[in-house]
Ligand binder design. Structure first.
Ligand SMILES: Nc1nc2c(c(=O)[nH]1)N[C@H]1C(S)=C(S)[C@@H](COP(=O)(O)O)O[C@H]1N2
Ligand SMILES: [Mo]
Length: 242
């Protein structure tokens, strides 16, 4: 897993740099923790839930992924209480349960995952409902231009233009690595914006609102590129054919 210089042109947000300078203290606390035997991945996920700074996100993880959350704790949701609300500039605002989403056409995409912090996980399968299918069902009004994504962590947000959202490689994902998405990875439902840096893939997805202009998301307010394209993606295309 080679490191690449792959930050968006806009540069790193100041907040991330500040976190990196604090890494020392966080790493020591984790390295001495007794629950290491349980498995590094699980421990990192648990630790990140208690770590409001996001420090655990920069610790190494043999599985390749690192866990990010901008808040200290996120409620767990499952089929009994999960809901995805689609509203804004649409003719038919809709609320989907997990069961509703599972009943829709599922699309599987295998793509490399890249974070702007320099890690990548190759050939990662994600599966779920195409955003374009949900938008078609909701009926986007002519004045709709963009989407705003909200999360049940209560803080994180993301955005896509309508043209980006309608690509075939933009998913409301229910599965990752051919398993239901775990809580740590943003389950039961997260966004998966395959052709873009992983910060675009909002975890713990709870709302999609059609807006008349792009509203910058959480990291975008700190300087991240609003269009998070990965190198080599066809930015003007509709995404890969089915
Ligand atoms: N709700 C929420 N979604 C999020 C984030 C976050 O902090 N909160 N971090 C983003 C970033 S920067 C990355 S790299 C990925 C990390 O996903 P993972 O924790 O499953 O590895 O989630 C993205 N989506
Ligand atoms: Mo990231």
């Amino acid at each position: 897993m080679g490191l690449r210089k792959n930050r968006p042109a806009e540069g790193a947000p100041v907040a991330r740099r500040t976190m990196l300078t604090m890494l020392g203290a966080g790493a020591v606390a984790l390295a001495t923790a007794p629950w290491l035997q349980e498995g590094w991945e699980k421990a990192l996920g648990a630790a990140s839930q208690k770590d409001p700074t996001g420090l655990t996100g920069v610790l190494p993880n043999p599985g390749g992924f690192r866990y990010y959350s901008v808040v200290g704790s996120v409620p767990r949701k499952d089929e009994t209480d999960y809901a995805l609300r689609i509203d804004g500039l649409v003719d038919r605002p809709t609320t989907y349960t997990l069961e509703d989403l599972r009943a829709l056409r599922q699309t599987r995409i295998v793509h490399d995952v890249l974070c702007t912090d320099g890690w990548r996980v190759e050939n990662t399968p994600f599966e779920g409902v195409r955003l374009s299918d949900l938008l078609e069902a909701a009926g986007v009004r002519p004045e709709g231009r963009a989407l705003r994504f909200t999360c049940f962590d209560g803080v994180y947000t993301e955005s896509l233009t309508l043209a980006q959202a309608r690509r075939s490689d933009m998913l409301v994902a229910l599965r990752m690595q051919d398993e239901p998405i775990t809580h740590e990875h943003g389950g039961p439902v997260r966004l998966y914006a395959a052709p873009m840096y992983f910060y675009k893939s909002a975890k713990w997805l709870s709302g999609i609102s059609v807006t008349d202009k792009v509203v910058p998301g959480y990291w975008e307010e700190y300087g991240y590129d609003i269009d998070g394209w990965l190198d080599g993606e066809d930015r003007d295309g509709d995404g890969p054919a089915a």
